[in-house]
Design a protein around this ligand. Structure first.
Ligand code: 5GP
Length: 193
């Protein structure tokens, strides 16, 4: 087990509806030492890519992306969730369906902060069905920038997102891939490829 799998096993809570709660170290209280290790690991896994910007989505991606950015020495841009529809022109816009909140959000990034010169590493906390990632990828494409890689902290391997994103040909690295989890027993098993 790697450092993250150990922590998920110790502190993760399996909820009904295929939700893994990691509030005590990732999504509410944040363990910054762990975030730093996550940043170091992504730096190692994407060592061969030329990355000049990190893109994530609010809210839970931001803290992680900031610590990852320390290791790459690049800025972080986060896509904002917006209810407003009157934002065309200065913004790149994508529609994202939230897995945890079951609602649709428009996510926006100002055109000032992404351009064809950018080589982007996308970072997020979870990968489930891949909606959040597809929204971020479409924003990078709209900007004419390049997705150099995608770093996910926890992928739920029994949902479709990972397969879809890998089939599209992206370099996707997930630090922990949950193969199965059981709310009744609290058991979590990991996939090692
Ligand atoms: P997707 O768009 O891939 O279906 O879902 C990814 C997003 O939903 C992530 O940004 C994350 O915020 C949230 N999410 C999906 N599954 C889980 C989960 O099991 N636990 C938590 N805490 N968040 C999740």
């Amino acid at each position: 087990m790697n450092f993250l799998e150990e922590r998920i096993t110790k502190d993760g809570i399996v909820k009904e509806g295929n939700v893994l709660k990691v509030d005590s170290f990732l999504n509410h209280q944040m363990d910054i030492q762990l975030f730093d290790e996550i940043g170091e690991e992504f730096k190692r896994r994407f060592a061969n890519e030329h990355i000049n910007k990190i893109l994530t989505i609010e809210a839970s991606g931001i803290g992680i992306a900031c610590m990852v950015a320390r290791h790459f020495d690049v800025p972080v841009v986060f896509a904002k969730k917006s209810k407003s529809i009157n934002i065309e022109g200065e913004m790149y816009v994508a529609e994202v369906e939230s897995f945890t909140h079951k609602c649709k959000n428009q996510v926006i990034v100002s055109k000032k902060f992404l351009s064809p010169d950018d080589h982007v590493l996308i970072i997020d906390d979870f990968l489930a069905n891949g909606c959040a990632l597809q929204g971020l990828i479409s924003i990078v494409n709209e900007a004419g920038a390049t997705v150099e890689g995608i770093g996910i902290v926890i992928e739920k391997g029994f949902q479709s997102g990972g397969r879809i994103i890998r089939n599209l040909g992206y370099h996707l690295e997930s630090l922990a891939i949950v193969d199965s989890m059981d709310a009744a027993t609290g058991t979590i098993t990991f996939r090692h490829e």
